[in-house]
Design a binder for this molecule. Structure first.
Ligand code: NAD
Ligand code: DAU
Length: 350
């Protein structure tokens, strides 16, 4: 079986690639990635010499290149994670998100369709998506697989559009697909533009912790390796043309999470209790900021037996240790372009 994983040099993709390379020696795993600011081959350096692994540097927005790659390798399965993934960046540059997330996905769908020319026996297109396509919840309720789409940011609108195209190719051309919508991931290799790794990095450096608005926004956090397990299960056992929600059963208000992180970091860094909390700085809110995400993951639990394997406390402890132990990784990804991004994004109020 030849499997193409896109975005495998990124945060979640690197964990998925590693899992597939290690667990399925009979598969050949092709990792296709453009190596944007978020893509980093260091994330998967431990498996780069494995005989069942190959890296392809390519941009999914380049239709001709993608078609040629599909013709050369005739992949049996695709697990598509490559995307522009940061909401704040989508607010300043929506078109980049349409290009990669919508047009890039279409290029993959077209290439898959062309290569298999209607004979899809044993083939699968797996599209990895987000809970943000459902919009926002109020104080009550959970997102289920039948919650209507109502995206509020350019990022989530682009992911919603790509989800619709995947489904449409399934209905129109009979293309076998599965789709998952997952909540907020955290863990090793998380790029420090997102809340948890950004704040870990800022605490290490004694820099302000920019909490958007009043901090009373809620997210449902899942350890990234548990997401990779879910992807493995859905790829192998998920039902054709089905969507599965994936979540951590683990809701946290941002401000509570940040305070917990401050306590953990003070302990790990041997700082006096309360030191990191003093870095909390309330800043201008994110425009169109979704109040609350929370996933009902009972379908994947009942049908495929999946559930998170670690508690948030265990996962966060592991994650903080990873960032403290991988100082060079953190230093490498927070130099150059990152500094310019940081200055622009946080120029107001921090
Ligand atoms: P990430 O930003 O860390 O990684 C994205 C990867 O895609 C990078 O390696 C990047 O180089 C690559 N990429 C970007 N544009 C590309 C292009 N045009 N061609 C080829 N490669 C390109 O993202 P992530 O957080 O790992 O998210 C992976 C996927 O999971 C995304 O589709 C995202 O929407 C989805 N998702 C993320 C989360 C989360 O909490 N991070 C939650 C649910 C779903
Ligand atoms: O829900 C899944 C989504 O989770 C994924 O689809 C996205 O790719 C991923 O980036 C993530 O989106 P969020 O916008 O929820 O994640 P982020 O880490 O950017 O922000 C988490 C919360 O923290 C959100 O309420 C905004 C807030 N925040 C974030 C940053 C970067 C702050 O208060 N300050 C910050 O500096």
């Amino acid at each position: 079986m030849k499997i193409l994983i896109t975005g495998g040099a990124g945060f979640i993709g690197s964990h998925v690639v590693r899992r597939f390379v290690r667990n399925y020696p009979d598969y050949k795993i092709y990792n296709l990635d453009a190596l944007t600011y978020a893509g980093n081959l260091e994330n998967i350096s431990d498996i780069e010499h494995e005989p069942n692994y190959a890296f392809i540097k390519a941009d999914i927005t380049d239709a001709a290149a993608i078609t040629a790659i599909f013709k050369e390798h005739a992949f049996d399965g695709v697990i598509h994670l490559a995307a522009e993934s940061h909401v704040d960046r989508s607010i300043t540059d929506p078109l980049a998100f349409v290009n990669t997330n919508v047009l890039g996905t279409l290029n993959l769908l077209n290439a898959f369709k062309e290569v298999w020319a209607g004979n899809f026996d044993g083939k699968l297109f797996y599209h990895v998506s987000t809970d943000e396509v459902y919009g926002t919840l109020g104080a009550e309720g959970l997102f289920t697989e039948t919650t209507p789409y109502s995206p509020n940011s350019p990022y989530s609108a682009s992911k919603a559009a790509s989800d619709h195209f995947v489904r449409a190719y399934g209905e129109t051309y009979g293309m076998p697909f599965v789709l998952t919508n997952c909540s907020n991931n955290y863990g090793p290799n998380h790029f420090p533009e997102k809340l948890i790794p950004l704040f870990i990095n800022n605490i290490i450096q004694n820099k302000p912790l920019p909490v958007y608005g009043d901090g009373n926004y809620t997210r449902d956090w899942l350890f990234v390796k548990d997401h990779a397990v879910a992807i493995d299960l859905v790829f192998h056992k998920g039902k054709n043309h089905q969507t599965y929600n994936i979540g951590g059963f683990n809701e946290w208000k941002n401000i509570d999470l940040v305070k917990l992180l401050c306590v953990i970091m003070d302990e790990k860094l041997g700082r006096e209790k309360g030191t990191s909390e003093k870095l909390i700085t309330y800043v201008k809110d994110r425009p169109g900021h979704d109040l609350r995400y929370a996933i009902d993951a009972s379908k994947i639990n009942k049908e495929l037996g999946w559930e998170p394997s670690v508690t948030f406390e265990e996962g966060l402890d592991f994650t903080v240790n990873w960032f403290l132990d991988n100082h060079d990784w953190l230093k490498n990804v927070t130099s150059g372009e990152y500094l310019k991004y940081y200055e622009k994004q946080y120029s107001h109020g921090v």
